[in-house]
Design a protein around this ligand. Structure first.
Ligand code: IP8
Length: 259
């Protein structure tokens, strides 16, 4: 790894590494291990953010955390997603990646659900020293609501802006954003978003943070303020995480080029 290498941010969706239809944490350990092995082949500066899947969404829903403050529910939800993070960290370390956990609960403040502050100096130093920080969707403190649910989908563009990331990949369980015929949409820009928006289905499982539409929305906002193109691709397909990390443009590009 060279210090001048650009930063890559990879999100691994909760639907890829957990059984999202379960009503309590059910991890797909084989998938976590496969993805960890694919990541171990990468030699650049990398940040991983993973979703919560059944380790966060059902718990947040059970305690209605997007509607009201509930301290006990917040702790239960955080502890659950922290367990998933431990599985991810362990598999990455086993595969030879120097992965370290960064729990947003401890370093992030939101206002009405939007990040207003994140202590990222630690992440910067981790990257300089060859560590791979692994963040995740989490419960965080909120200046207005007390606590809010912060999606990994919001963390990714925030970090990309703050750290000037070069490449962003969102590994979901679908072949990118699909059109009405189930075909992958090649590129989404702010010009064609309104047409494509109607195809973007809601998540089949419990998702308190907006599913695919939430992802596209966050990445389009990033495009408006930067020239960073993001790729939404299928991380459940063997080899796709490696392909993305090796520089292939796969899945759907969310971009502002050509607008
Ligand atoms: O799965 C959600 O994060 P996401 C976080 O990245 C919780 O949207 C705790 C439900």
């Amino acid at each position: 790894m060279k210090a001048e290498d650009g930063i890559t941010i990879l999100k691994i969706g909760g639907s890829v590494i957990t059984d999202k239809s379960a009503d309590d944490g059910a991890a797909k350990h084989d998938e976590i291990e496969r993805i960890a092995t694919e990541i171990s082949g990468f030699d650049g500066r990398l940040i991983i953010v993973h979703g919560a899947g059944s380790f966060g969404h059902p718990q947040a829903k059970r305690y209605a955390l997007t509607e009201k403050f509930d301290a006990k529910g917040a702790i239960i939800t955080h502890n659950s997603v922290k367990n998933l993070n431990r599985f991810v960290i362990n598999s990455l370390n086993k595969a030879g990646v120097n992965a370290v956990p960064v729990h947003p609960l401890g370093n992030t403040v939101c206002e009405n659900g939007r990040i207003v502050q994140m202590f990222i100096e630690g992440i910067r130093i981790m990257l300089e020293n060859g560590f791979v920080p692994v963040l995740h969707g989490d419960v965080v403190m909120d200046t207005v609501l007390g606590i809010s649910i912060l999606s990994g989908d919001q963390i990714v563009p925030y970090l990309a802006m703050q750290l000037g990331a070069e490449r962003i990949g969102i590994g979901s369980a679908k072949d990118g954003v699909l059109d009405n015929d189930g075909k992958t949409v090649e590129a989404i820009t702010s010009s064609n978003f309104r047409d494509i928006e109607k195809y973007i289905g809601a998540s089949e499982n419990t998702d308190v943070t907006g599913g695919m539409l939430g992802k596209v929305d966050e990445l389009l906002k990033l495009c408006e303020t930067s020239s960073i193109t993001s790729y939404i691709f299928n991380a459940a397909k063997n080899g796709n995480v490696s392909k993305f990390l090796n520089g292939d443009d796969i899945g759907t590009a969310i971009t502002n080029t050509g607008t």
